[in-house]
Write a protein that binds this ligand. Sequence first.
Ligand SMILES: [Zn+2]
Length: 151
Amino acid sequence: MNGGTRESVLWYDGTQASAGEVAPSSRLDPHRPSLAPILARMTGDAAVWVDAGWDHILLEADRRLAAIDPDYEVHQVKEKYGGLRYYCSLDRHPEGYRVIAEAELEAARSCERCGEPGEIDRQTPYIRTLCPAHREEHHFDQQVCQRLRTR
Ligand SMILES: [Zn+2]
């Protein structure tokens, strides 16, 4: 330490990092227009808490679920421990359950950020499913988070 000045810390994308901030590689838009068909089925705070790499999986699941029941409702869509969770009014319907299970399986081998082949990464506290390039970015930003917490 020299006179209390702190070195600047940068995220993987080169932008200035500050404590308590969500890393750029972990930011997502839970209300993005690409997911309008799913958001329209939610009540209350309609939000989809997964990154855009899984959009095509979600939209395909929605299309198939809507074929079972055009008025089905979506309760919650999120990523948890690197996996897709899709809760809706059809998750106990035999065919609906299968559609969701297939979507979760597809998500488990697709990068959350870009949709390219990926796998689950448990090497950081924030577990995600990522391709090699996005895994590198995620690890870097998680190390930055760690440095910001401990300095
Ligand atoms: Zn990726």
